[in-house]
Ligand binder design. Structure first.
Ligand code: GCB
Length: 603
């Protein structure tokens, strides 16, 4: 498996109707001949007792989770077999000749096992993230692609066995074959080390894979700026230092003006063979200074909102395309947010594209969530693989403000080593971006404090997120008028979660749980607390934008949906939506935190 930058490449897109067979016992597999789905047997043509029929599978749409495509599969958590018997058109087939052909998956949950025309080519655990496999030697004009997706929850996986969201399984993202030259440009990205009135300075890294990776030349050009840089690479990498003088007038990427520049990178091998990518860059710097987080040297107040990568609709389901993601991002923009917490695992890359374009800063996150078995080799390997693929993918995106290593974890054997490993990888792959963690903080003597039961991530993190549920879990609403929160004295600290369940359309007394009026009251008390503690905080991010499907929420108010959204599962705005939007539109040091009066939610 490798990371392959596929943007701007011509691809044979394999999205559409595939065959699907649920395998809830995990019974079909390479063990017995008659059960080996990847062989593509047909019980009629074979005239023998084959217990599946490659030509009579259920229809399923790719991309898309399996759970929301058939009521019988809503709770399917074991394996599912996907098959596609694809006959290439003449044009497609000629496109693939003489090329290195990669089969690319944008996103799969959880593990993937892949056979091409009966040959096993991959067995990976890298959920939610892009994966590319060289399948050149097994391709034929008619090719059987068979994918076993195993969505089991497992103690050694990340996330582990219990978590507060739906375990959607399947192929969520697009699938394509990407023909590339033998020596391929696998990636390219810009880092920015300095951006001020002197201009911009940094480095461009170009990654190359293939027979000529030992010696090649590259050219990177940004036509809009009239600039280009050239250099040589060895060992699969070329690093070009760049300086852009202030006279060129680079417009920095910011929330107010998310300026992106198109650029082209060209690889030339010693024999004169070329490869090319057209990508985008936004120039910006991020820095943590004491309790502040700075974008382009200016202090930021994060007006955030968190969401799951789940599309709008009665059923839920993972996002499948740019349109699904755009619906979520537009709610964040309408709320007036400048910061998106993409919880609790890597979201679709379409969301990152939209955040780049619309100026929303992003916290991305790997699913190191609640109990994790840090000490086992399987978990360590999954952690390392996911973290690498997420950083490789997301470092392209100027919107990314923080890479998050964890949410509400417990100290456990192996955790310090695990975290140290993540830091080393970050240093190697994307050193300019701060690391963050969301930490569940206890309420002690009227105050949320990071230091009562310190989590090792308090000292580890560059940016600290505090998850607190004053007015909902603890303390009760009655204690909120005097509650306080104290951040880290030397690090940027923000509230990464607060909230309450407010089932849409349910009204009742503000001091009783499970109605919208109570949810609003919790928000009012929370914002009042933030207003008392502004010197501790560099931002806030309510939990959560939209009600989302979760097996942990089974009471009569929720019925398998966590209802802490400020909008419902179908996008209906709740009272808290209006309240947050008014607060974010307010003046003052980041927020109109003077209190709740005047909110349109009161009307
Ligand atoms: C949390 C978790 C989040 C849950 C939320 C809740 O602290 O980080 O994943 O969904 O609480 O609603 O209880």
């Amino acid at each position: 498996m490798m990371f392959l930058q596929t943007r701007s490449r011509e691809q044979v897109v394999l999205d559409g109707t595939w065959g699907f067979m649920p395998d809830p016992m995990g019974a079909f597999g390479p063990a017995k001949r008659s059960r080996s789905v990847f062989q593509g047997l047909d019980p009629v043509k074979e005239d023998r007792a084959v217990e599946y029929d490659i030509n009579a599978m259920h229809d399923i749409q790719v991309p898309g989770d399996w759970n929301t495509q058939n009521p019988e599969w809503l709770n399917l958590e074991e394996a599912g077999w996907y098959t596609l018997n694809h006959t290439f058109s003449e044009t497609q087939w000629s496109q693939l000749q003489g090329q290195r052909n990669f089969l690319c998956f944008e996103s799969v949950n959880y593990s993937l096992r892949l056979w091409i025309n009966g040959h096993e080519v991959a067995d990976t655990q890298c959920p939610f993230l892009p994966q590319a496999f060289d399948i050149t030697e097994h391709l034929k004009e008619t090719t059987l692609i068979c994918v076993r997706v195993d969505a089991r929850r497992d103690a050694e996986r990340m996330p582990s066995k219990v978590y507060d969201w739906w375990n959607y399984g399947g192929i969520f993202g697009s699938v394509s074959i990407c023909p590339c030259p033998q020596t391929v440009l696998s990636d390219c990205h810009f880092t920015v080390e300095q951006l001020d009135d002197q201009g911009v300075r940094g480095a461009i890294t170009v990654d190359v894979d293939g027979p000529c990776a030992q010696g090649f030349s590259v050219e990177v050009s940004v036509p809009e700026l009239g600039l280009s840089w050239t250099g040589q690479g060895t060992d699969g990498v070329a690093r070009l230092a760049y300086t852009i003088g202030s006279d060129v007038g680079v417009v920095p990427w910011s929330c107010e003006n998310p300026k992106l520049y198109d650029y082209r990178v060209t690889l030339t091998t010693p024999e004169g063979k070329q490869d090319q990518l057209d990508l985008r860059v936004g120039f910006r710097t991020i820095e943590c200074r004491g309790k502040e987080i700075l974008l382009n040297g200016e202090s930021l107040f994060l007006k955030g909102i968190a969401w799951h990568d789940e599309r709008f609709g009665e059923l839920g389901g993972r996002t499948r395309n740019r349109e699904d993601c755009a619906e979520l991002v537009s709610v964040a923009k309408e709320l007036g947010a400048n910061f998106a917490r993409l919880a609790h695992y890597p979201h679709s890359e379409h969301t990152l594209d939209l955040c780049d374009e619309l100026g929303l800063l992003v916290w991305d996150e790997i699913p190191v969530y609640w109990a994790i078995e840090y000490d086992t080799p399987v978990t360590r390997e999954i952690g390392d693989t996911m973290w690498r693929q997420m950083l490789l993918r997301d470092r392209q995106h100027p919107c990314v403000l923080v890479h998050a290593v964890a949410n509400e974890t417990y100290d456990a054997p192996g955790k310090p080593e695990f975290m140290q490993g993540l830091r080393q990888v970050a240093q190697e792959l994307n050193p300019g971006i701060p690391l963050g963690a969301a930490i569940a903080v206890p309420f002690v003597d009227g105050e949320y404090t990071l230091f009562d039961r310190p989590d090792m991530l308090v000292e580890f993190s560059d940016v600290i997120g505090i998850n607190e549920y004053g007015g909902w879990y603890s303390p009760p609403l009655s204690k909120m008028p005097t509650a306080r929160v104290t951040g880290h004295p030397d690090k940027p600290t923000f509230i990464s979660e607060f909230g309450a369940s407010g089932p849409s359309g349910v009204h009742g007394p503000a001091d009783e749980l499970w109605n919208e009026d109570n949810q609003l009251e919790v928000y009012k008390q929370q914002f009042a607390m933030f207003g008392r503690c502004m010197d501790s905080l560099c931002g806030i991010s309510p939990w959560v934008m939209k009600d989302f499907r979760s097996p942990l929420r089974q009471n009569g108010f929720q019925r398998q949906f966590n209802c802490k959204g400020v909008v419902s599962a179908v996008g209906k705005q709740k009272m808290t939506y209006h309240f947050v939007r008014d607060q974010y539109a307010g003046s003052g040091p980041g927020l109109g935190l003077a209190g709740s009066e005047g909110s349109s939610a009161d009307a």
